[in-house]
Design a protein around this ligand. Structure first.
Ligand code: ADP
Ligand code: ZN
Ligand code: ZN
Length: 674
């Protein structure tokens, strides 16, 4: 008799494993097909030697013969993630496996197995640049110390080259070794994949991300599991890749919020990567120009080793930061005159500019001047955004979309107007302002926009990036999408239009995110040595005296981090305290909050209740989405261990407190957004 992990619901009381009998002996980690209710599902043998239960278990339906069992390290990772993030083993384990495994029959499997090792022959080649002194030092340290490293390197310091050569050196030492390289966003994978395949050959590298088809996922998974893929390159889901010879894990842009899964099992792939590395004896490299305060503090305290790369490669200098005091600009100016002039200068020299703001669409709200009507979404507590391109009012939370009305739906007034501006409007505005301006040679100025709307169609993002790289665009307007990672060579001006909102946000992480965003954006400028001398980062702000901008001006992340950590410490906020959020969704706010309140009351009797602070139930930031009311309850503790023990003992109470009308509840451990 064996226990098998099967896909059970998130909060199943079964804990995710069921018992089955098998005629032939099975090993832990082996993949099997088992009956579950009326279905046949994929399962993982968890404990091959479990004592018999009193109920009569069903027999296993089939074994995926020839497939090596999942390694103990992988099972431990899944076990840890399930425990830490309060989910079932089955949910985590099965989400980490390619769905098509279940459907494979014996012949298909044999064919796949034969192909996976055959693909492996790789032809590494390519030229390596001569390393900078800083790169050499970072690599030397990496080579002779295990553990977790924080590679703190400014944008353009050549972090990617460090990753590449760290992997090369590893492979030279250990011919079978595997490396996992993670990036925050799917958009960034093709660029990085190109650099890795150039260095290590096509066959050595496989991708793992949510944009892949099921057959692609199966192929990548198989190659990594069989060891023929030496490098797995992927987004957060890749942290669960089966890699029996894993020796190195790289987490690029480790501060990026995308590493946190925001639905279902809300795990942090960065944190799991650190745990996995430690557990399996693989070195971990967390890379960033603006590390998360969590990682920064860990390095401060000696838990991670910091590797500093403060200089840009070659002659590249960091752009000069210019703050435009909007109090001194003409009323209602969207682009201040000095910024506009600076953009024109770039145009006259044939250089590129990047203008970004965190709001897509034309205007965030449409409002009636005669009555109170605003473009609220009927299903959400949010406004619908006006998109001029297709003349729609679209809700960015539930997707509800309508044609823009000709007159106010409430009072019939035809004078309805937009409030605020998004990327579409800035693009239009710039086109008007620059209408008479020409490039050297007299050609008209080319303005482009890049955001979630302009890149929705397949292939359009790649096309837009290619245009940008080829110099076909003079001014690029976009959301933060354009600020991440791209190695644009001809940009000498980056401008942030509406940075202020984050300065006074109730979200204690908002300044950290803003600083990272602005530094990242600044990192797009001056990457080419010839132009670095006059590259600039412009920030329009009503609060130029804010200390955040002072640190930004000096490119002084350590000073910013020190100041933030002091505030966090005083307030007992992460990373100087630990949090979990209980989230509930229901048809009415009362039901959602009643569940949370009952859960809080039930918690009082738990042994660890004294070590945690339980706050009152409150409506979520966006209270209603798609007609579902959302509420949340915060739990804090000065001890991670006490919080973990508390959460585990809370589970039965939460399951029992489930009431009529409640749709969903979930615990979010180490939440990023509160
Ligand atoms: P980061 O990831 O730190 O922002 P990249 O790794 O993208 O920086 O490097 C920036 C640019 O410098 C890339 O075009 C890269 O090819 C180049 N580069 C990196 N290291 C070197 C080096 N030692 N010599 C010359 N060019 C380098
Ligand atoms: Zn009206
Ligand atoms: Zn909506």
């Amino acid at each position: 008799m064996v226990s098998v992990v099967v896909p059970t619901p998130a909060h199943s009381s079964l804990g995710g494993t069921l018992s089955y009998v098998s005629e032939s002996p099975l090993a832990s980690g082996q993949l099997v097909r088992v009956p579950l209710g009326r279905r046949e599902v994929l399962g993982v043998v968890w404990d091959a030697a479990e004592a018999p239960a009193d109920i009569q278990p069903k027999p296993i339906a089939g074994v995926l013969d020839g497939l090596p069992p999942l390694a103990p390290g992988w099972r431990q990772l899944v076990g840890f993630a399930a425990g830490y993030y309060q989910r079932s083993l089955g949910e985590i384990a099965l989400a980490a496996l390619p769905p098509q495994l279940r459907a494979l029959d014996a012949t298909q499997l044999a064919r796949r197995l034969k192909r996976a090792p055959a693909d492996g022959a790789s032809a590494p080649c390519a030229q390596r640049p001569a390393l900078t002194v800083e790169q050499q030092a970072a690599l030397a340290t990496l080579e002779d110390s295990a553990g977790t490293h924080l590679l703190f390197g400014v944008t353009g310091s050549g972090k990617t080259e460090v990753y590449l050569q760290a992997v090369e050196r590893l492979f030279a030492r250990e011919p079978q070794a595997q490396a996992l390289v993670m990036v925050p966003e799917i958009n960034l994978t093709p660029q990085l994949a190109a650099r890795f395949t150039e260095r290590f050959g096509e066959a050595a590298v496989v991708a793992m991300n949510s944009g892949m088809t099921n057959p692609q996922r199966l192929k990548s998974w198989m190659a990594a599991h069989m060891g023929s893929a030496r490098i797995v390159l992927g987004t957060r889901m890749a942290v669960f890749a089966s890699m029996p010879q894993l020796r190195l894990i790289v987490v690029d842009e480790e501060h990026d919020p995308s590493y946190k899964q925001q639905e279902g099992a809300r795990y942090s792939a960065r944190d799991l990567a650190v745990w996995r590395g430690r557990n399996e004896g693989a070195a971990v490299v967390l890379g960033s120009a603006t590390p998360s305060l969590e990682s920064w503090q860990a390095a401060d305290r000696g838990r991670y080793r910091r590797l500093d790369m403060p200089s840009r490669v070659g002659q590249g200098a960091l752009p000069q930061v210019r703050l435009v005091d909007m109090n001194l600009q003409p009323k209602r100016a969207v682009l201040s005159p000095p910024l506009l002039e600076a953009i024109q200068q770039r145009l006259s020299r044939g250089e590129q500019s990047l203008v970004f703001l965190n709001r897509r669409g034309y205007a965030p709200v449409l409002a009636c001047s005669a009555c109170d009507w605003k473009s609220e979404c009927p299903h959400c507590s949010a406004y619908r955004v006006f998109h001029k391109n297709d003349r729609s009012l679209r809700c960015h939370h539930c997707g509800w979309s309508e044609r823009v009305p000709r007159a106010c739906p409430e009072c019939g007034n035809v004078d309805i107007a937009t409030v605020g501006r998004g990327t579409e409007r800035i693009e239009e505005h710039l086109a008007e302002l620059l209408a008479g301006v020409t490039r050297p040679g007299g050609a008209p100025v080319r303005i482009a926009r890049m955001d979630a709307d302009s890149t929705r169609a397949k292939g359009s993002l790649e096309r837009q990036l290619a245009d940008m790289h080829a110099g076909e665009v003079d001014v690029l307007v976009g959301t933060q999408m354009v600020t991440k990672g791209h190695d644009f060579r001809r940009i000498t001006l980056v401008a942030a239009l509406n940075a202020d909102a984050a300065l006074f946000s109730s979200d204690f992480r908002a300044p950290e995110r803003l600083f990272a965003l602005l530094m990242q954006a600044a990192g797009r400028a001056g990457r080419d040595a010839a132009q670095a001398g006059h590259s600039e980062m412009w920030v329009q702000t009503w609060h130029p005296q804010h200390p955040l901008f002072g640190a930004l001006r000096r490119h002084d992340y350590p000073a910013f981090a020190a100041q933030q950590l002091k505030e966090r410490e005083q307030a007992g906020m992460p990373p100087c305290g630990f949090q979990a959020l209980l989230r509930a969704e229901a048809r009415t706010q009362e039901v959602a909050q009643a569940f949370l309140s009952a859960a809080a009351e039930g918690a009082q009797q738990l042994p660890d209740a004294g070590q945690v602070t339980i706050y009152s139930a409150v409506p979520a930031g966006i209270q209603r989405v798609a007609n579902v009311e959302r509420a949340q309850l915060l739990v804090e503790s000065g001890s991670r261990l006490a919080l973990q023990r508390f959460l585990a003992s809370w589970q039965p109470i939460l399951q029992a407190a489930r009431s009529k009308g409640l749709i969903r509840w979930a615990v979010d451990v180490d939440p990023l957004v509160i």
